[in-house]
Design a protein around this ligand. Structure first.
Ligand code: CAA
Length: 396
């Protein structure tokens, strides 16, 4: 696993001051410290490519091993051409490769993951691996209650018959779905609309449904302790509420629930608190955060995973952390992308957001200055559109 984030971020204490609310509302009330903000040269394609590039560079695996590439996103850049196709080109994946995009709000990446598990279980892999990339930019209207829960980033994962980090249990996933309007993004909008408090309720209902279904399906396996659980993290407090709901279903008292939150969930919230909501990748960033914090202590232990997508769909499933995980996570330096970011002032952030609407129509700048700037970029770059409205990317 590997992740990528935009180069810039906003401190939520700065945002709170600008919006006239106490910083403690965002930091303690929502449980988030920073939110990632995408710049004009960054989009879901560049974030996906950066995450996958880092994955190959740090894991010692090669794009030539990939037989399936699925991109989960709710920030598509085209109504037809999938991000997976851009990724196929940018990474140089093999021609004999199944490539597509999946959408179901924040559940889209998990839909891709289960598709890949089925692909492996069906024997279609023939020794190859699947590349699953979750990539999104979370945007809400400026000044809306959702604004402090924005973020952006991508998580890239390799799935194979011989897992090196976490071994998932195929066929043992608890499901829940319901037709609800908790969160939506009409085709003409770049930012999402949300019925915020209702969405929290929908998330918790989906967690109860998926968890109960998992307990029914898993049988004796459900009696084995899950030492940690990673949740979908739109903001840290949501994971805390989810954990409280699960402890209620397990019949635990308040003191045990509180104590278990600090051991079982808090380590998985450290990286998400520095990035914000990354939609499809959120659960998997929380898993990276957990492995980064304590993979060695978790060797051979089972953990729970909960994926939620508005609309809504959810699954509860489990995995076993491998013995190799700690060494691999440390060798991959997974948290490196957070060390080189730039802090934005609120006027700088607002100026970027106002420019969002034009990004998809911005012509490629062919001036010598722009070309020179491009040559100096080390990461994948969105350049704009050509005269036929095709998106153009640069990769150094
Ligand atoms: N100090 C400490 N805590 C404070 C505080 C202060 N000064 N002021 C308020 N708080 C607490 C509140 O008590 C509240 O805590 P509880 O939830 O435990 O009651 C918390 O801070 C938030 O306060 P409000 O409920 O008043 O906040 P709000 O109404 O302005 O916005 C929100 C909250 C509705 C979640 C909003 O952020 C939002 O709409 N977010 C986007 C939607 C979302 O993320 N939904 C999550 C479920 S859906 C999903 O998961 C899919 C997805 O990714 C989008």
């Amino acid at each position: 696993m590997s992740f990528a984030v935009p180069q810039a971020y906003v401190e939520l204490s700065d945002l709170a001051t600008a919006r006239g609310v106490p910083p403690s509302k965002y930091i303690d009330g929502l449980g988030t410290h920073q939110m990632a903000v995408a710049g004009p040269a960054e989009d879901p394609v560049t974030l996906a490519a950066s995450a996958a590039q880092r994955l190959f560079a740090t894991s010692g695996r090669s794009p030539s091993e990939i037989g399936l590439c699925i991109v989960g996103t709710e920030t598509a850049v085209d109504h037809s051409k999938p991000i997976a196709s851009y990724l196929h080109g940018l990474l140089g994946l093999p021609r004999a490769c199944r490539v597509f995009e999946t959408k179901h709000a924040c559940f889209g990446g998990t839909a891709g993951l289960f598709n890949a598990i089925d692909w492996l279980a069906a024997g279609s892999a023939r020794g190859r691996s699947a590349l699953i990339v979750c990539t999104d930019i979370a945007r809400y209207p400026i000044g809306s209650p959702g604004e402090p829960t924005q973020g952006g980033g991508a998580v890239a994962m390799l799935l194979s018959e011989r897992p090196r980090l976490v071994e998932l249990s195929p066929g043992k996933s608890g499901c829940y779905a319901q037709d609800v309007h908790d969160f939506w993004r009409p085709l003409h909008r770049k930012d999402a609309l949300v019925d915020g408090h209702f969405s929290v309720q929908c998330y918790l209902d989906a967690l109860s449904g998926a968890y109960e279904d998992w307990r029914r399906i898993a049988g004796d396996e459900a009696k084995r302790p899950l030492v940690r659980t990673c949740y979908h993290v739109p903001y840290g407090k949501m994971a805390r509420k989810a954990h409280q709901r699960r402890c209620q279903l397990d019949g635990l008292d308040e003191a045990t629930t509180e104590a278990r939150f600090h051991t079982d969930v808090a380590p998985s919230l450290r990286l998400p608190a520095q990035v914000g909501n990354i939609y499809t990748g959120s659960l998997y960033l929380s898993l990276i955060s957990l492995l980064h914090a304590e993979a060695a202590a978790l060797a051979n232990q089972h953990i729970g995973l909960f994926s939620y997508g508005s609309g809504c769909a959810a699954e509860f499933f489990t995995g076993r952390v491998t013995e190799e995980a700690a060494a691999l996570i440390s060798a991959m330096d997974v948290a490196a992308p957070l060390r080189t970011r730039t802090r934005l002032s609120i006027p700088e952030y607002e100026a970027l957001r106002r420019g969002d609407a034009d990004q998809d129509r911005r012509p490629v700048d062919k001036s010598p200055e722009a070309s020179q700037l491009l040559r100096e970029q080390a990461s994948p770059h969105y350049c704009g559109i050509d005269p036929q409205e095709r998106r153009v990317y640069a990769w150094q």
